[in-house]
Every structure is written in C-alpha cells, then in structure tokens.
Design a protein. Structure first.
Ligand code: NAI
Ligand code: PYR
Length: 367
C-alpha cells in the first residue's frame, strides 16, 4: 500500500505523523511511504533521516494526497487540504468533527473513510490515541496558565507556588480524566491548592488515592463548579464525552463569580470547549479577554512541543497504521473493534453516533 505523510498545515503545528522508525517498519513490510519534504522539520527530523529508512521524499502535498491510498496526519484536514481528499482514500488523523460542521460537510462530500484518532477505543475502554496528547496538554495547561497569570500577559499577577508568608494560587480542574489528572499533578507539584471535579465517582476515588494532599476531589455539578469558580485563580477545562461536542459547564453569566483577571485554559476546545465564552485560538495569538477573564483556547496545544509530542503520538499510532496498511482499511476495521470505533465517516455517511447526533444526521454502521 502507498502511505502518505503530508506536512501539517495548521498554524504553529510542529508535529509530524510518522518518525523514521515508523517508515522503517512500513517499508520493511513492503509498503511505500511518501513523506512531504520538510514534514519533520518542526520536530527536528530531516528529509535525509526519512530517506535513510526507505521513505520517498515528495516535494509537495498535492502529490502526497494524489498518490497515497492511506494518508496519516496529525491534525484535521485544513480547508486548503479539502480539495485533495478523494473517494476511496482513508485518512487517519485527529478530526474532532463535533466541533466543526464545515469540516464534517467537506469530509462527507469527499467520500473518504475518516478514522479519527480521538475515538479509537481499546479493550480496556480507554482512548489510546488521545491519551499521550492529553498527557502533554494536561501538563502544559499549568505551564501556560502560570504564564498567563502573570500581569504582563493580562493575568492577576499571581505566582502559582506562592512564597513563604503569601499563599499559593488556587487551581480548579473540571474533568478528572487524562488531561485533568496531569494538570492536577503538575499544579500540585508547584504547590498550588488544587480542586478537581468529575461526575465519575470511581475516577474521583482513584484521584483521591493517588494525588498529594493539596488536591481535593469535588463532585461535578452546577453548584460546585460555580463555587470553585469564585476562589480560583486558574481554571482548566478538561471534560470529554467521546465524539460529542463538549458540554457547556460554565456560562457567560458564571464569569461574574470569578476573580478579576483569573485565567481559563479550555483544553476541551478541540471538542468545542466547556466554557460558553470559549472560541478556538492559536499559539500565535492564544488568549483573549471576556468580562475581565483571560481565556486560552488553543486547539493544538501539543503542537508547540513538537519533538516530545511527535514521538509520544507516533508510539501509539504506528501499530494501527501498520494494521491499516497491511490488511487494507476494510479488513483491518472488520477485525479490530478499536479501529472500528475510530471510523467516524465512510463514503459520505456518518458512522459515529455522537457525531451524527451533534449534527442531526443519520448514523449508519461502518461495516
Ligand atoms: N486543546 C488541545 O490541544 C488538546 C485537547 N484535548 C482534549 O481534552 C479533552 C479531555 O481529554 P481527556 O482528558 O483525554 O479525556 P478523558 O476521557 O480522559 O477525561 C474526560 C473526563 O471528563 C469527565 N466528565 C464528563 N462530563 C463531565 C462533567 N459534566 N463534569 C466534570 N467532568 C466530566 C469524564 O468523566 C472524564 O473523566 C478532550 O476534548 C480532548 O480532545 C486533548 C489533548 C490536546
Ligand atoms: C488531541 C488533539 O487534537 C491534539 O493533540 O492536537
């Protein structure tokens, strides 16, 4: 099979979907791998390194898309890439359809099979292709939050750790999954007072068991969220209902309960965000202010630490890319319940229930 890896075109996206070790495994199995020239540069990987493991270096993205049966990417196809998608092709990447009607319509029209990293589910019930990027984004959320709490970045002028004689900051994390747990651990490590909320009590029991003393678990409901908003310097949005649009847990009206120039990092923005006032931003222009609250809503946070993120991502995507290439997408999806859960759109039809419900479309089985 011909596997194509285009250079990412999303703004400030420095990840690449395959590393030389992946090229080596695919070519050893008899596949052809096309890498767009410069695709690895943001992660410190040169064309020569790819070529040394058997890749064909291709000068432009149009050729990669035109020749490849299987496209492996990181971020959802951007509008400039939509004309390249064609019926019969399989595209394996993050899509986050529920947050983007236009993308959903473009993919439906193209006739491709869209296998979304973020809904692949393994036998343990976890989302193995989302987990490493959630680990990155969860840890980064505190680093970014600490920065935007600084006064020159419009924040409250609070040091997360405090100093002797001056108390540390208070951080609330809504959602205690992978992003939430990683955010809580880093914030607690810096000495902040941390509150972490979830609707899953078993998850809160686990968090309570493994986190340090300065992390307090709170059941997530409207009243408790509003109470946490009142004393938090930094709030992290980290909820997920797989495939679906994120629920709006904090309304614009709720912002009036927050401390002036508190910071919101809405990591869940890739699924639409869990603050009513969230809208997607970029690393180049990451924040904006609504009602005196600083909002940070970057949809590709791990893209900024491309080297760490590329290796963390490709460690988990390669085994699935190998299955798709070696068996062909049709058979690979039939034989793997995990891959089947990843098929969101196939040949012009939505095959993921949550995506179909978001847009009021019919959902058909993927096989
Ligand atoms: N902006 C970015 O660059 C990135 C965004 N993400 C996104 O972060 C979000 C979270 O991802 P993960 O932590 O991996 O998901 P996860 O599935 O591990 O955790 C989500 C948690 O939200 C909880 N939850 C659901 N409804 C809730 C409610 N009403 N109140 C409180 N908690 C609730 C769930 O019980 C679960 O524990 C996803 O949208 C993911 O795509 C992940 C990586 C990068
Ligand atoms: C999860 C995701 O969309 C990202 O890592 O960019």
């Amino acid at each position: 099979m011909i596997v194509g890896v285009p250079k990412e075109v999303k703004q400030d996206e420095y990840r690449v979907a395959m590393v030389p070790a992946g090229v080596e495994e695919l070519t050893r199995a008899g596949h052809t791998v096309l890498i767009q020239s410069g695709a690895g540069a943001g992660s410190g990987i040169s064309d020569d390194q790819y070529a040394a493991t058997g890749a064909q270096i291709v000068s432009n993205d149009a050729e990669v898309w035109a020749r490849a049966d299987l496209i492996v990417k990181v971020k959802e196809p951007m509008p400039s890439e939509w004309p390249h998608m064609r019926a019969g092709q399989t595209v394996f990447t993050y899509f986050h359809f529920a947050a983007d009607r236009h993308l959903t319509e473009a993919v439906l029209k193209s006739g491709i099979t869209a296998i979304a990293y973020e809904t692949i589910r393994d036998a343990k019930g976890t989302l193995p292709l989302l987990t490493p990027m959630s680990e990155v984004a969860g840890r980064m959320s505190i680093q970014e939050g600490a920065k935007y709490l600084e006064r020159p970045f419009d924040g409250r002028g609070i040091l997360l750790a405090g100093v002797p004689g001056v108390p540390p900051a208070t951080v609330s994390v809504i959602g205690a999954g992978v992003v939430g747990a990683n955010a809580a651990r880093v914030a607690a490590g810096l000495g902040a007072n941390v509150f972490i909320l979830d609707v899953n009590l078993d998850r809160l029991r686990y968090i309570d068991d493994v986190m340090p003393q300065n992390v307090t678990t709170v059941f997530s409901n409207r009243l408790n969220i509003r109470e946490c908003l009142q004393f938090s310097d930094l709030v992290i949005g980290a909820v997920l209902i797989p495939g679906a649009k994120a629920p709006n847990l904090v309304t614009r009206d709720d912002l009036k309960y927050m401390l002036p120039r508190a910071v919101v990092i809405d990591v869940a923005i890739d699924q639409g965000g869990c603050f009513e006032t969230s809208r997607p931003t970029t690393h180049a222009n990451p924040t904006y202010i609504v009602d005196d609250i600083v909002h940070y809503c970057v949809t590709n946070m791990p893209g900024a630490v491309g080297r760490t993120s590329t290796y963390a991502l490709t460690n988990v995507t390669l085994p699935y890319a190998m299955q798709l290439a070696s068996k062909g997408p049709e058979r690979a999806v039939k034989e793997s319940p995990a891959l089947l859960a990843g098929v969101n759109i196939k040949a012009g039809k939505v095959t993921n229930q949550a995506v179909a419900e978001t847009f009021g479309l019919e959902c058909v089985p993927a096989v």
